[in-house]
Design a protein around this ligand. Structure first.
Ligand SMILES: Cc1cc2nc3c(=O)[nH]c(=O)nc-3n(C[C@H](O)[C@H](O)[C@H](O)COP(=O)(O)OP(=O)(O)OC[C@H]3O[C@@H](n4cnc5c(N)ncnc54)[C@H](O)[C@@H]3O)c2cc1C
Length: 327
């Protein structure tokens, strides 16, 4: 039986495994896809807003010619860091539920890509399943059409197409800028009175100049209220509606964590904040021996935990497990 099973091989789960290792605890990571799957899903040419130093885990230096690294550099970095630490990772194995045994240890029920079910035992469990699997759905007619996606990889497939980008955050702005480079005609629809204050400062002036030049049509204080196979219906805050001719919709509306595993183990949720109950000093949930790490610990605003902050959760967890063992 392992000391710790960590569910999710994102940067925060990997960091937790490395910290457990440093403190002499054995661990196994269960990952339903593959290592840093969320980063793999980022737009292909995405540049981090964090510097390399703030993305480092397990004391492994992240070197790059760029102050802020690109997605492909982060994929290599996290892969190498995991390799260097010799982490044990069960890839393509999904955790379905977590059960607390009578003696206080845990059974994690999983299924692998061949459909084989397993019951894995550990003295402690860390849930670090992130938030990238569950897009925030808008809940409008037509959202299920194949022309709509919540994930933007790269602009090339949209060459010369009419694309509506929904949202006003960094992902929406980055997508809009990439799209005009391949000759797409871009409408951007955002409910706010201006795009987000958090837009990367080096990107904002470029975006504003593209709007001024008329290469991106920005519809502020507006919502897409229906999607049809050939158009989107946009409703202004005044109630006035218009129909835009459209081939594709990129709904850059963010993501939110799935709490299913936490609920399966009996972790309490603060319904108002949509946040699991845990002690921020140890990351232990209301279930003794069961911890949260990374963005799964955040509330409704999933952006309150980043790699920068979530990578430190593993140390709090390992410190607590070791201190309990010494008692
Ligand atoms: C475009 C973009 C840019 C970003 N830039 C930055 C930045 O510059 N700096 C920064 O600090 N943060 C940035 N972030 C945020 C950062 O990506 C997240 O905070 C980070 O990925 C959270 O790490 P995590 O380990 O908690 O979860 P994740 O990275 O989401 O990893 C969770 C893992 O759990 C796995 N999983 C899920 N469910 C199960 C299950 N049931 N069983 C087994 N495995 C499961 C998933 O496959 C995934 O691999 C950015 C995010 C986006 C979308």
């Amino acid at each position: 039986m392992k000391d710790v099973i960590i569910i999710g091989a994102g940067p925060c789960g990997l960091s937790a495994a490395m910290e457990c290792q440093r403190q002499g605890l054995s661990s196994l990571i269960i990952e339903k896809n593959f290592i840093v799957h969320s980063i793999y899903l980022y737009p292909t040419s995405m540049q981090f807003f964090s510097t390399t130093a703030l993305l480092e885990i397990g004391g492994v230096p992240f070197t790059s010619p760029n102050d802020k690294p690109f997605r492909h550099e982060a994929l290599v970095y996290y892969r190498r860091a995991a390799e260097q630490h010799g982490l044990e990772i069960a890839a393509y194995e999904e955790a379905l539920s977590v059960e607390r045994n009578e003696d206080g240890s845990f059974t994690v029920h999983t299924v692998n890509k061949r459909g084989e079910r397993q019951s894995r035992q550990a003295a402690h469990v860390v849930i670090s399943t992130g938030y990238f699997d569950q897009p925030n759905m808008i809940g409008i007619p037509g959202e299920e059409l194949p022309k709509v996606t919540h994930y933007f990889g790269e602009a090339h497939p949209y060459t010369g197409m009419k694309v509506t980008v929904i949202g006003g955050s960094n992902s929406a702005v980055d997508a809009a800028l990439e799209l005009i480079r391949v000759g797409a005609s871009v409408d951007m629809v955002y409910r706010g009175a201006s795009i987000s204050d958090n837009i990367k400062p080096w990107v904002r002036p470029i975006f504003e100049s593209m709007v001024t030049k008329g290469l991106i049509t920005l519809h502020l204080e507006s919502r897409v209220t229906e999607i049809t196979p050939s158009s989107v219906i946009v409703t202004r805050h005044t109630g006035e509606t218009s129909e835009l001719d459209n081939d594709f919709v990129l709904a850059m509306t963010g993501f939110r964590p799935s709490r299913a595993l936490l609920s399966s183990a009996g972790v309490l949720m603060d319904d108002a904040l949509d946040k699991p109950s845990f002690n921020p000093a140890t990351m232990e949930s209301n279930i003794p021996g069961l911890y949260v790490a990374g963005v799964i610990a955040s509330g409704r605003n999933a952006n309150e935990v980043f790699i920068e902050t979530g990578r430190g959760h593993g140390k709090l967890i390992a410190d607590h497990i070791v201190s309990q063992k010494l008692k």
